[in-house]
Ligand binder design. Structure first.
Ligand code: FRU
Length: 467
């Protein structure tokens, strides 16, 4: 494993990150026998990425974490170039992990039909820590014709969780067609091993060339399909990152006739991709995303010099309102708050490493400024909320501005964690997640325009036990 170097002030206080090395997608999210499990795409030896394993954290309460080491390593022929993304299905009293066994072949790895295999693999566990024999359930020869070799990231769910009144399981697989259109394959099974293709989900007009990391669920009685599309062009303030992630409302049925409506981005910040959701044992739907972005210039994350790169978002509870999804930090995080303070509108807060701000907006326009370097602004004239980095301060390492159109800005919650900011507008109608790199991992904030009631709390750091 690559080591963490020196006294790194950008290590995070209440976000999960790699012990050392590189992290990408959250995988296998679940609660099993009372314990929360967060697996993640992990290249332990190099902060710039490399061969993919599954790293593993567990927690009884989403606050106290234990690093359990590497859960899955590439050791079989059907996964010789990486244990890629996947999900957990709790069934038959076991934790069943489905993932993509990635194999590079001679030929064009990045394109059409010959350069790679995306095998669908199952491995189960009785205790959530040790895993049995891996079984390759499907290879590229089993997938429908007309696709490229880009097929991956199985999300397996119960029928009940997607609005079916049956005892079947459903698998969603991301795919790229030979005419460069992203879509999702839907399989069904009455058990864990034999899968039958029952549908292919696509948007009315093509939307990107590949849909990675699909997810499917109901919320508020409506059905939703989440995907991470590659190859979508920027349009105004929308789709400004290299790759996107968002969700459609699905009307009809996942396994029959359907329509995908109103793609909405999950998060408007610079650093967010490949989210996954799960239902916990109390029935909450919780989302965790990757705080990072594939293939962006590496110098935009200066933690590479310290031996690590990327993180996961805090767990966010998902609720449906008016046919769209709200995301809000799970309640548990409030237990990290120290005493409540009120910010005098004319002052700046002290410098802090980890803090949580709740702003009730009392004017039409507002700007909150972090360390005289990052402005969070709502303008009633443009009808936009935006985050912008002042370039002379360079806390964003190349990041500029991002915005969203929103009718009004009633409240703003900001989680600041040494080098990561998550911003929730109007209780989670819109979210922005972004890295920033203040000196010493400390920042302060002030109200630079408008009127507001501002409460804030210094946050304790989460406990993360090493192996
Ligand atoms: C998304 C992704 C997945 C793949 C994994 C590999 O970021 O490209 O499609 O399974 O990362 O690490």
């Amino acid at each position: 494993m690559a080591g963490i170097k020196g006294n790194d002030k950008w290590r995070l206080g209440f976000h999960l990150m790699p012990p050392a090395g590189w992290l990408n997608d959250p995988n296998g999210l679940c609660q099993f026998k009372g314990v929360y499990h967060v697996f993640f795409q992990y290249a332990p030896d190099d902060p710039n990425g490399g061969m993919k394993y599954w790293g593993h954290y567990t927690s009884p309460d989403l606050l106290n974490w234990k690093y359990e080491g590497i859960a899955l390593s590439p050791e079989e022929d059907f996964e010789s170039n990486g244990v890629y993304s996947g999900s957990a299905l709790i069934a038959d009293g076991k934790m069943n992990l489905y993932y993509t066994g990635n194999v590079k072949l001679k030929g064009d790895y990045n394109y059409i039909t010959d350069g790679r295999q995306g095998n669908t693999v199952l491995v189960s566990s009785e205790d959530g820590i040790t895993f049995g024999r891996k079984e390759c359930l499907m290879t590229n020869a089993d997938y429908p014709s007309g696709l490229t070799c880009h097929i991956r990231d199985p999300k397996v769910v119960t029928g009940k969780s997607i609005g079916k009144d049956d005892e079947n399981y459903y698998m969603f697989l991301g795919a790229r067609t030979q005419s460069d259109v992203g879509e999702v394959l839907v399989y069904k099974s009455s058990g864990l091993r034999d899968w039958e293709l029952v549908n292919i989900l696509k948007s009315k007009d093509p939307f990107g060339y590949m849909w990675e990391c699909p997810d499917a669920f109901t919320a508020g009685g409506r059905k939703f399909l989440s995907v991470s599309p590659q190859g979508v062009e920027q349009s105004g303030v929308d789709y400004q990152n290299l790759y996107q992630s968002g969700y459609y409302e699905l009307t009809g049925e996942f396994d029959q006739s359907y329509e995908l409506k109103n793609f909405r981005e999950w998060d408007r910040g610079f650093d967010f991709y490949a989210p996954q959701t799960f239902l916990d044992e109390s029935g909450r739907r919780i989302l965790i995303g990757w705080v990072g972005m594939p293939d962006e210039p590496l110098q935009s994350n200066p933690t590479v010099e310290w031996g690590w790169q990327n993180a996961l978002t805090v767990p966010r509870e998902i609720l449906e309102k008016d046919r769209r999804l709200l995301q809000y930090p799970v309640k548990e995080l409030e237990r990290l708050r120290q005493e409540e303070r009120i910010l005098d509108m004319s002052e700046s807060s002290e410098e802090m490493e980890t803090y949580d701000i709740e702003v009730t907006v009392l004017s039409k326009d507002i700007t909150i400024t972090i360390s005289d370097a990052i402005d969070l602004t709502y303008s009633s004239q443009t009808g936009q909320f935006g985050i912008s980095f002042r370039q002379d301060k360079n806390l964003g390492y190349g990041r500029g501005g991002r915005a969203v159109n929103i009718k009004e800005c009633r409240n703003i919650r900001v989680l600041v964690d040494t080098s990561c900011i998550e911003i929730y507008l109007n209780k989670g109608e819109e979210v922005f997640t972004t890295r920033f790199y203040p000196e010493g991992g400390r920042s302060c904030f002030s109200l630079s325009e408008g009127k507001a009631e501002i409460k804030y709390w210094k946050m304790e750091k989460m406990a993360v036990a090493e192996m």
